[in-house]
Ligand binder design. Structure first.
Ligand SMILES: Nc1ncnc2c1ncn2[C@@H]1O[C@H](COP(=O)(O)OP(=O)(O)O)[C@@H](O)[C@H]1O
Ligand SMILES: [Mg+2]
Length: 259
């Protein structure tokens, strides 16, 4: 029975009534990358966590929230760090840079117990990932194309990151978007992306003359619960608190707060 989650991410049985959405996303993923768009608090992060918590073959999902990121270099550090924290992907990366100096040496000296925050600091301070982010991005994407289970990368608040970077550096945002598009449309890629955004990515990019950099995404707009699902949710929440309610009560709640 679901518990009422207010504010944090609803997971497990607390994530209610979105089976059809999740199935739709999963079936789109066989062919497409997805832009998940809706205002704040519609359940975008919840949907991403469901795909993360219940991975389905063949994908190996990873989740990053990029709301705080202000530069392409920091985006790449976030990506490299999350891949290095995953057993399978870190093995691939280690093999690729095996025996090399520079980044290879950095990887060999990395304590296996390092936490992700420290890892990001080390990547920023002790490697050339910040300066050479495009070339790391290209090598990693081609690495992911070659071997093992395909990565499903869930990138939350992508639109906010793009806004942040665009405000500081138009050229940087264009470089990042063009690299990202090339990564998605590479003929041999098996990686899939779902990007989430509460601000309108398309209109932001339109103003910058960069809409063509995202025109390959399949757009999925999250809607509020339909009436019936909203009603079932209210009933399930009261039941989980062992409170009996008359059917009129859930009607009145719906009237007052909407679906
Ligand atoms: N499917 C759902 N089941 C239960 N609660 C939900 C669901 N979707 C959204 N919520 C509620 O909305 C809040 C915001 O959800 P979240 O996934 O963080 O939205 P977004 O990422 O779109 O801002 C959650 O804390 C929860 O209260
Ligand atoms: Mg969110």
């Amino acid at each position: 029975m679901p518990d009422l989650i207010v504010g944090s991410v609803p997971r497990g049985e607390d994530y209610f009534g979105q089976e059809a959405l999740i199935e739709k996303l999963r079936s789109k993923l066989s062919k497409d990358n997805i832009l998940l768009e809706a205002p704040r608090r519609f359940g975008k992060t919840g949907a991403m966590y469901r795909l993360l918590d219940e991975p389905r073959e063949p994908f190996q999902p990873l989740y990053i929230n990029v709301e705080h990121i202000m530069s392409p270099a920091d985006f790449m550090i976030e990506l490299v760090a999350i891949l290095l924290r995953n057993n399978h992907f870190s093995r691939l990366i280690n093999v690729m840079w095996e025996g090399t100096k520079g980044f290879g040496l950095f990887l060999r000296n990395l304590p296996s117990s390092i936490d992700i925050g420290k890892l990001k600091v080390e990547l920023r301070e002790k490697t050339d990932v910040p300066q050479e982010w495009i070339s790391y991005g290209e090598r990693i994407m081609s690495l992911l194309a070659q071997d093992g289970p395909p990565l499903l990368l869930l990138i939350d608040e992508f639109a906010i990151m793009i806004n942040h970077i665009a405000l500081r550096d138009r050229e940087a945002v264009e470089k990042l978007l063009r690299w990202f598009r090339a990564a998605r449309t590479a003929p041999d890629t098996q990686t899939r992306f779902i990007i989430g955004g509460s601000v309108n990515l398309i209109s932001t990019l339109d103003a910058l003359g960069l809409v063509d950099t995202v025109n390959d995404f399949s757009i999925e707009r999250l809607k509020p619960f339909d009436h019936e699902t909203a009603k079932q949710f209210i009933e399930a929440i009261f039941a989980s608190r062992k409170v009996k309610i008359d059917p009129e009560v859930s009607d009145i709640i719906l009237e007052l707060v909407g679906t």
